[in-house]
Design a protein. Structure first.
Lengths: 234, 234
């Protein structure tokens, strides 16, 4: 019998309540979808020792009683397998397999575009103790400065919006990626847009885009959980 | 009681047996998946009157007893709804919704890249009576000559291979897009690669690509139906 809430280690910015990690948002929405009680623990990039028990250095990490899981996809699988009687994230094996593809589309196509648009804003909202770590690791990763990476964002956002075209087309057929109601596939796409909203005043979407309307609906799910987060109105 | 085979009007090239339409390949594989007896009828772009009964001018069109359906997605929906006891293409509502996204990804991202790579080869394999129609309609659509559109294909194929990255990542998790066994999501991607194979000697994939290996498996499904088609070995 499990009475304790699940704990989610959740990336925070300068303020404890600025939660901007796309991978953590996926998990938060998945926990709400599964109707599981949970609490979040603000965590910063440089607090590696706090989650050392998980055997790695990144969030999300969840702790559920005596079990812990890291990596957002592994957490989704864990929740689905451990709580099969709660609302489903995947609706069976084919739904899970295709949700994996949506996750890979987000990670291979959307996230590399979004990071270019918001990386200087991420930097400016970080906790002071994370700033050097973030700049050093990201500038090494991208081979350029944060400022250079996002210098062309006014043009580059057009490319990003083009990349959303498959989603835009699907939303002409159905209310959500997962069908009549949202599920993991929606959370994984939405969380990348929420990442930007929570950290940057730069508008990724224009209001007449069907993706914008879908995002509005996603902001309203779970009694407006994502809308109530500290974020920019963009 | 239905005894007649389903008839599929299927785009053909110069030879009756050169069947290259990606949308028709989707339907052929869906019919095999659903284990429904069918026959194909070679059809050319300019034979509009032959399918005028369908109320439009494009294949695929299927005729099932007294019913007819056009548009590959509508046909998949029709087969799934009409033959619910046969093997499923979608595995439920979420699987169907996510299969729609894969279809939109193929149509919005992959097909516009592939057409640039193979359009001159399509032209050269058409039935003589279709050639003027094809050149005229496509050059109007693209605003340039067929030859100009594919002139940079040696470089452009790199972009195409980049676009496959989400699929490539997913195939590191699972054997097929739809999971352990192929379904509509696999057929819709494969059919676009088969489109190229059936009409062009130009290699879209390199052999060490996981997408290449997956395509090999797809070529072997249904007793090698797609492998036995008139096509190039590329």
């Amino acid at each position: 019998m499990k009475l304790a809430k699940i704990r989610l280690y959740d990336l925070a910015g300068a303020e404890d309540d600025r939660r901007f990690s796309p991978n953590c948002w996926r998990v938060r929405l998945a926990l709400l979808h599964k109707q599981l009680p949970f609490e979040t623990i603000p965590w910063r990039f440089t607090e590696k020792e706090t989650i050392a028990f998980s055997g790695q250095g990144k969030v999300p990490v969840i702790v559920d009683g005596e079990r812990f899981v890291s990596d957002s996809w592994a957490i989704a699988e864990y929740l689905e397998n451990s709580y099969p009687d709660n609302p489903t994230l995947f609706d069976g094996l084919m739904g899970k397999a295709l949700s994996r593809f949506v996750t890979d589309w987000v990670e291979a196509v959307l996230n590399p575009e979004i990071i270019r648009l918001i990386i200087t804003d991420i930097y400016s909202h970080l906790h002071p103790k994370d700033k050097d770590y973030f700049r050093t690791t990201r500038e090494k990763l991208f081979g350029t400065t944060l400022e250079a990476l996002s210098a062309d964002r006014d043009e580059r956002v057009i490319t990003f919006r083009d990349r959303l075209e498959p989603l835009r087309r699907t939303l002409q057929h159905q209310s959500f990626l997962a069908g009549q109601t949202p599920a993991w596939a929606d959370y994984v796409v939405f969380s990348s847009l929420q990442w930007a909203r929570c950290i940057s005043p730069f508008s990724l979407l224009v209001e007449n885009d069907p993706v914008f309307s879908w995002r509005e609906q996603m902001l309203d799910t779970f009694d407006g959980e994502a809308r109530q987060a500290i974020a920019y109105s963009c």
